[in-house]
Design a protein around this ligand. Sequence first.
Ligand code: ME8
Length: 510
Amino acid sequence: MPSIYITTPIYYVNAKPHIGHAYTTIVCDVCARFYRMLGYDVLFSTGTDEHGKKIEQSANNAGIPPQLFTDNISRLFRDLLPVLNITNDDFIRTTEKRHKDVAAHFWSKLKSSGYIYLGEYSGWYDIRNEAYFAEDELVNGQSPLGGDVLYMTEECYFFKLSAFQDKLLDFYEKHPDFIFPIQRRNEVVSFVKSGLNDLAISRTTFNWGIPVPDDPKHVIYVWLDALTNYITVNNYPDCDQNNDAHWQNVIHFVGKEIVRFHAVYWPAFLMAADLNPPKQIVSHGWWLSEGEKMSKSIGNVQDPVKYCMLFGSDALRYFLLRELSFGEDGNFSLAGFIGRYNSILANAYGNLCNRVFSFVVKNCGSRVKRPTVLSEEDREFVDSVATSLEDAISMFKQYAFNRYLEKLEYAMSLSNRYIDSQKPWALMTSNPDRVGDVLFLAVEQIYKITRLFYPVIPTSAEKVFQQLGISDSMMTGINSEVLNEFEIHSIEALFPKIDQAAKDFDVFAG
Ligand code: ME8
């Protein structure tokens, strides 16, 4: 059985989760469900990144001890998972003992391999992003990541990143798909080509971190600590990563702003510890909210829980994947959300299921059988749906989630058109023998579309399978079974249309 290991970034616990965090987690969940459906042994992890000066400061500002502060916010990230219908196998917190042990072990391995030395560091420190910058990297007095900076000098341990320039370039060359999409790969390659300085990997100016083994006045740099989470989850060092099927196919999903940490530092750390780099770093763009960067001061931070409460997690999952062209930035707006919900989920899909299933119940004794002969139109319909579903799978595998959904939507529109043109209600009098044939083909195509739609809208897809009396065991494998009969067991509306005037929307004002 092939294996895959899918990770989200571990999220900082300085503020509660918003739609941007929900997005990465949902993308990973959709991939995890998709690969499970293809028969993979999937390991899927997410969690929280809880150390560092930024967290310590946020805790101090709130007047709460850092551990209690991180417990509280980490819980918000964890509690969001069932709300979004996420099927993670693990939730890792960097304050857990299992992780502290692994991070300390990993540090010792880097040290004994000769890649860590003690020195002194001065530079401009971006507290928000936990990174140092040189004078010439600053942009209008701020770090290139947009955070405020502070000039600091400290004794610290360095990682010999400079020793990895050629090894990294050679690795990128041998693994052209390591960084997705290509523009991010190009940025990383030119960054590494421009020369790598050694990296400061310990701090002495605050305490909220994992102590450096044998020198506890230092704490481990939060990015080295955080990146290690990916091997903590995979049972390093007990599990031999280089010969582990999950590690051989590990995909880190990240937002575009943290590609450098994952595609430069992380593979260098791993190489230094004689571990193989991950299979792929897949990066996506940013969500803006109503056209602007999300920020507490503007008051436009979008809360994923509100959307799930009002419209269900499937609707949010669908919108996030459909609206954003993966890799590019996208805009989250309530109007856009309602527009796509009503036109696709309520009309194109929900109504299609409802009208076809109701017709079968009322006019075909709830049962339809595979026709023995197909007309030319039937064949054309079945073939075009099959082609668009194959295209959808191929788009999915290229992370083009919006195009994958577009292909499913096309298959829905073919099905709606087929019903409109075949007019089963008219066939009831003109050619009653054909009614069951037309309906069987319509139900069968709905079933196939739903199987592929399942990773995005699992709750509704399961409802459709229940209506069709299809058991869970038949949901694995995309093209495996051919069913020769369908029986409609029940009928349930899937996506009630959203009335924009509903007073429920008051909830968005708050
Ligand atoms: O960077 N649009 O944590 P973080 C899209 N702890 N995605 C967004 C987003 C937005 N507006 N805002 C956040 C960290 N994200 C580190 C990671 S990993 C070893 C350590 C998502 O809480 C996106 O995935 O700042 C981004 O990379 C991540 O949240 C950043 O989360």
